[in-house]
Design a protein around this ligand. Structure first.
Ligand code: RRO
Length: 308
């Protein structure tokens, strides 16, 4: 079977990625990803202009049905990740970039543009956990403005990471913005922002920052993630690829993302629960489903979800 896939000019041996933020902040973690079988490519922790410690602990909490996090964008600063992606040879990379302001984003992307890096970049417009900062992509005017500024000078392949949307009108509105720009891809979804988990024994929240409000991930967000992949695939230009992220715990979930239109699929919470061996298991389970159905490539079923 052939699990090959592609984003813009970049070819991947398989469709699976780590979700940004998952096991990709330090040099050691990134080296682990480079050595992970059945991981098609490597996404970096979202990088900011300056290094950040992130929010106070506890900032990640494991749940039976997923996870909640309030990490607060801890990262080593973009020069580290820009250097890393230029040296990585084992797999294709996606350099994730975030900003505390549009000016920060522009400054980082100018350096990416001026570097020798020829791979993919992804602008995170959807971090829910930076204290006092809204998720940019919920503001359609601000999103258009930052993309206009970026494409005045940026000529390398770049996509965006989006938050989940919950209204069909919002899918129309974000797609209308994104379709006006030469984006390589859209990565959907980031965590479901500002959930609240309650420990009833302690009568307490479970993460420290923002009074316990944090981003939800894992099995509980799968239907939301699939809806976002499907709704955006129905609305975005054909030349914008889709990375499906959210709620994957089985090969069947990977299959579902691809059926909704995903070109690649990333895994976050389940990597933390199970370790990097998860990519072997998901790949085997996906292949078993393809075998059963007689499919030999991802294109045989990508985007082919049927309506009743
Ligand atoms: O670091 C985080 O708190 C974080 C980020 Br930047 C993000 O994009 N999504 C998320 O769930 N956590």
């Amino acid at each position: 079977k052939n699990l090959k896939t592609q984003l813009a000019h970049v070819a991947f041996d398989g469709p699976l990625l780590n979700a940004s933020g998952i096991h990709c902040q330090t040099a050691d973690e990134l080296a682990d990803l480079a050595a992970t079988a059945n991981l098609g490519g490597i996404v970096t922790k979202s990088a900011t202009l300056l290094p950040r410690q992130g929010n106070e602990n506890p900032r990640y909490y494991d749940l039976a049905y997923g996870s909640i996090n309030s990490m607060g964008l801890p990262n080593l600063g973009y020069p580290f990740y820009l250097d890393y992606v230029q040296k990585e040879e084992a797999k294709p990379t996606i350099l994730s970039v975030a900003g505390l302001s549009a000016d920060d984003v522009i400054e980082v992307l100018r350096d990416v543009q001026n570097s020798d890096y020829q791979g993919l970049t992804e602008l995170n417009l959807s971090c829910p956990n930076v204290i006092g900062k809204p998720q940019t992509a919920y503001d359609f005017v601000a999103t258009r403005k930052v993309l206009e500024r970026i494409f005045e000078f940026f000529t390398k392949p770049i996509g965006v990471k989006l938050p989940p949307y919950f209204d069909l009108v919002h899918f129309d509105q974000i797609a209308a913005v994104l379709n006006d720009f030469p984006l390589t891809h859209v990565n959907t979804v980031n965590s479901v922002g500002n959930g609240l988990v309650v420990d009833i024994e302690k009568e307490q929240v479970v993460t420290k920052a923002k009074g316990g409000f944090g981003g939800l991930g894992g099995a509980m967000i799968l239907p939301t993630a699939l809806a976002n992949v499907r709704a955006l695939r129905q609305r975005l230009n054909d030349n914008i690829a889709i990375i499906g992220t959210g709620g994957v715990t089985t090969g069947a979930d990977v299959f579902a993302h691809i059926l909704c239109g995903a070109d690649m699929v990333s895994v976050g919470t389940q990597v933390i629960k199970e370790g990097l061996g998860v990519y072997d298991r998901l790949t085997q389970e996906l292949q078993d489903i393809m075998d059963e159905k007689g499919y030999t490539s991802l294109a045989d079923f990508r985007g082919k979800l049927q309506e009743l």
